[in-house]
Write a protein that binds this ligand. Structure first.
Ligand SMILES: [Zn+2]
Length: 57
């Protein structure tokens, strides 16, 4: 099973992209892969409020 990490670059913290136990509380979602197997998409959250600022723009 494969795992993909999506995480903000140049964040205030160092994201743990080796496990799914990062301090930012990442969102883990199962995603189907092209060969029919399942993988995991792990979406990390930035801790500097960047996402919130972009949404309010
Ligand atoms: Zn993280």
């Amino acid at each position: 099973m494969s795992t993909y990490h999506v995480y903000p670059t140049r964040d205030l913290i160092e994201h743990d992209t080796e496990t799914d136990d990062c301090v930012c509380g990442p969102l883990t979602e199962p995603v189907p892969r092209d060969d029919g197997s399942m993988g995991w998409l792990i979406t990390h959250h930035s801790l500097d409020g960047r996402e919130k600022q972009e949404q309010n723009r």
